[in-house]
Ligand binder design. Structure first.
Ligand SMILES: NC(=O)c1ccc[n+]([C@@H]2O[C@H](COP(=O)([O-])OP(=O)(O)OC[C@H]3O[C@@H](n4cnc5c(N)ncnc54)[C@H](OP(=O)(O)O)[C@@H]3O)[C@@H](O)[C@H]2O)c1
Length: 266
């Protein structure tokens, strides 16, 4: 990581923030983006590092992504590692949800990854660097009341697997990371059926894996140039069972999510 340039989308909260801090501690120059200048300023204040560079950018907008990546390259000279982390979630049954919710999920989680990767790739190729996508267990297994979230993460993984394979002999590494439930702000900002933030989490966030532990595992996986990283025992078991016994898992997953406080599953 020493003197590498690491770009992280959505670096102001949760996993992205933990990745930014861990990368700085490992000696990297770190550029992060987010949609709100106040939270970017708060991060600058908290971290107080000359090696942190912040940019306002909404990854669902191609022009923002192009400008963000161009600014990083012009200021820092290169990109070694791009971590496509910015993401949002949802909770609503498909029969109730406004389709604009699914579009937003695809625009941020999938298209945000595509745009940033497109503009960063020439520099990453020149530096034989790494492209990372922060996906989810929901990218291996469709989850009820998360049609837009699962779709966006399946799409992200398909994109990254194709990109990985076509670059097999170019010297870059492409990896996707699937955290299990991780303590963060994502369930507070998750969209309901009308596209409004649900504003509360149905889980006890304190009992979940910490964003710092996820960041630590991701940086180790980047250094080892791994193909994929699946986190938490529950996450690993879900991915395994979805390959071996997909029908059995339908019932297990349904029952699990039905028990969540406020679940729309009846
Ligand atoms: N937490 C989990 O349980 C979990 C599990 C599996 C996978 N993940 C994945 O991990 C990633 C990070 O999520 P998190 O849990 O750390 O959530 P989080 O605490 O809500 O952080 C999300 C970050 O993304 C940024 N962001 C959201 N929309 C954006 C946009 N359009 N453009 C730019 N930045 C945007 C947010 O900043 P602004 O709102 O200021 O823009 C924030 O910095 C996501 O891709 C998520 O799907 C999370």
């Amino acid at each position: 990581m020493q003197d590498k340039v690491v770009v992280i989308t959505g670096g102001t909260s949760g996993i992205g923030k933990a990745l930014a801090i861990a990368s700085l501690h490992a000696g990297a120059k770190v550029a992060v983006c987010g949609r709100k200048s106040e939270t970017l300023q708060a991060l600058e204040k908290e971290v107080a590092s000359d090696n942190l560079y912040t940019y306002t950018a909404d990854v669902s907008k191609e022009d923002d992504c192009k400008y963000f990546i161009e600014q990083v390259i012009s200021r820092l000279g290169k990109i070694d590692i791009l971590i496509n982390n910015a993401g949002i979630s949802m909770r609503a049954l498909f029969r109730d949800v406004d389709l604009s919710v699914l579009r937003q999920l695809m625009d941020i989680n999938f298209w945000g990854t595509v745009y940033c990767t497109k503009y960063a790739l020439p520099s990453i190729l020149a530096n034989k660097g790494t492209v990372v996508g922060v996906s989810s267990i929901a990218g291996y297994r469709g989850l009820p009341a998360r049609t837009g979230y699962s779709s966006s993460k399946f799409a992200m993984q398909g994109f990254l697997e194709s990109l990985r394979t076509e670059n097999l002999h170019t010297g870059i590494n492409v990896m996707w990371v699937c955290p299990g439930f991780t303590s963060s702000n994502i369930r507070n900002t998750a969209l309901n059926e009308e596209g409004r933030s649900q504003s509360e989490t149905p889980l006890d966030e304190g009992k979940l894996m910490s964003a710092e532990a996820v960041a630590d595992a991701v940086l180790k996986a980047i250094n080892k140039r791994k193909r994929t990283l699946v986190l938490t025992g529950q996450g690993k078991l879900t991915v395994l069972l979805s390959k071996l016994f997909p029908g059995l898992l339908d019932g297990i997953v349904y029952n699990h999510f039905k028990k969540e406080p406020g679940s729309p599953l009846k």
